[in-house]
Design a protein around this ligand. Structure first.
Ligand code: NAP
Length: 469
């Protein structure tokens, strides 16, 4: 066996090992118990694939090989430093826009590979160019769309641009992209102008598609772009004949698609609605109006109520994340457990602002996983709870979703906190949740409002429970 052949075999085997590591990593990420190790497994796979690719390029017979290796090492160093610094600095609440940014970079990288192929001319077969163009198209849309999503979540873009005939304009941009794509791959025009027009329109499409979307649906959009990035990487893997890219891209594409569907379902939106409606419009304020008054409670009384309960179910939401109250919440729960109270945590799939948001925060605070249940597991148990303690959650406990057909969130599965004997809601005031609607739970007879920032209100509850003996 000659040297080149053995090197090829080794490279392919390494890619297989990297793919195995990605898949095991992803599997482990599906449980909070094993998620951290899952990230490490996938990380090792990524490092392996990168080193092997680098070595492969270094071994190639390309005369520009030194320059290529220098460029790759430079890119890895710059990207690595930027990712390390931003990863260390980012606040938990800013994680969605961070994911949007990283995701966009993946799409952009796939599009860049396609650009190299397409600008390279028509020496390649039509099939080869078509695969490159499809991946380039998807990657470009994902790149520019993700950047807009980042801008919106970061507060850099504050308006949702909407005008009549917008869908027609988007359709025209799509057709122009496809048109130039056909011109490029058919070899009708092999000049750089057609390729540039193809990429220009594809990038414009990503921007035009994302601009009208309200912040409300942005996490679903980010997840969708994540799936698209995976798909684009998979296509470019075929172009480069790189097994690791094909497998990793397919896995990311499939995982992103499943996550998008899961989020859409938990928000009671169809995928088609997410894709083609003016996102956020359906969840804009309006629809149901809630009548009745909210009844306040003092922390001292709420503390006594909690201390003398048998069973308390805690429902955390976005407000707990904003207040960074998770450590105090766990401190309170430990105190209650010492008092002989049975404590459980109920997590709604879209509580907070990103999938798994609450799980991550509770894990950070050291809450044992066996105390945490998801919606399906816990909903029947609210009836047996003495207190449902809602901490900065709103939409995910709005009973209108179950009972009021006029409500914009009607049909969304919610945590049945209203079924508990008593409900204590911690929030700062009369502020609405993400969907911008009033909450019927807050005016129920068995609900009491403990107004204040989640962290300080829970701090007061801790003092009150201690005082209750
Ligand atoms: P929510 O409906 O957005 O409500 C959060 C509540 O927290 C607000 O009503 C606010 O009321 C209160 N709050 C804010 N800051 C606070 C603080 N410092 N201390 C105490 N309370 C504070 O939250 P949610 O129940 O978690 O529901 C999540 C929403 O996000 C859903 O509508 C979901 O569809 C949407 N969403 C989630 C995801 C996801 O992946 N998780 C993705 C997309 C959309 P005050 O202003 O009165 O304090």
């Amino acid at each position: 066996m000659d040297y080149a052949h053995s090197a090829q075999t080794l490279v392919q085997l390494s890619y297989l090992a990297a793919a195995f590591l990605f898949i095991v990593g992803l599997k482990r990420m599906s449980s909070p118990l094993t998620a951290v190790s899952g990230v490490r497994w996938a990380g090792v796979g990524m490092v392996l694939a990168t080193i092997v690719t680098l070595g492969y390029v270094g071994l190639g017979d390309n005369p520009d090989v030194r320059l290529n290796v220098a460029l790759i090492v430079g890119a890895i160093a710059a990207g690595g430093v930027l990712a390390w610094v931003s990863g260390k600095r980012v606040a938990m609440t800013d994680m969605p826009q961070m994911i949007a940014l990283y995701n966009g970079m993946g799409g952009g990288a796939a599009a860049a590979i396609a650009a190299v192929e397409l600008y390279g001319g028509t020496e390649q077969s039509t099939t080869h160019l078509t695969i490159a163009a499809v991946g380039g198209f998807i990657g470009s849309v994902s790149f520019s769309g993700s950047l807009i999503a980042f801008g919106k979540l970061q507060g850099l873009i504050t308006k949702s641009v909407r005008f009549s005939g917008q869908k027609l304009v988007n359709l025209a941009i799509l057709l122009a992209t496809v048109g130039f794509g056909v011109v490029v791959v058919s070899g009708y025009s092999d000049g750089p102008l057609a390729v540039s027009a193809f990429f220009g329109f594809a990038l414009l499409l990503g921007i035009a598609m994302t601009l009208p979307i309200g912040g409300a649906d942005m996490p679903v959009v980010i997840s969708l772009y994540n799936a698209l990035t995976g798909l684009a990487v998979g296509f470019e893997g075929f172009v480069l004949d790189n097994a690791a890219m094909i497998i990793a891209g397919t896995v990311v594409g499939a995982a992103g698609t499943l996550l998008t569907q899961l989020m859409a379902k938990a928000m009671n939106r169809s995928l088609a609605n997410v894709l083609f409606a003016n996102f956020g419009e359906s969840s804009a304020a309006g629809g149901a109006t809630v009548t009745g008054t909210q009844k306040a409670i003092e922390a001292s009384d709420a503390g006594v109520m909690l201390a003398f309960s048998q069973k308390v179910i805690v429902v955390p939401g976005y407000g707990m994340a904003v207040a960074q109250a998770q450590h105090k919440v766990w401190e309170l729960c430990q105190l209650l457990i010492e008092h002989g109270v049975q404590v459980r945590f109920a997590i709604h799939p879209v509580a907070g602002r990103m999938p798994g948001h609450m799980n991550v925060l509770l894990a950070e605070a050291g809450v044992p996983y066996d105390l945490i249940s998801d919606l399906d597991e816990i909903n029947a148990e609210f009836e047996t709870a003495d207190v449902a303690l809602i901490i900065g959650a709103n939409d995910v406990v709005n009973p209108d979703a179950r009972t009021n057909k006029a409500s914009p969130i009607y049909g969304m599965p919610i945590l049945a906190a209203d079924k508990a004997k008593n409900v204590i809601v911690i929030k700062r005031g009369q502020g609405q949740g993400f969907s911008g609607i009033d909450n019927a739970l807050f005016v129920l007879d068995n609900t009491r409002m403990l107004y204040g920032d989640a962290q300080s209100a829970v701090g007061q509850l801790i003092q009150a429970v201690k005082a209750a003996g």
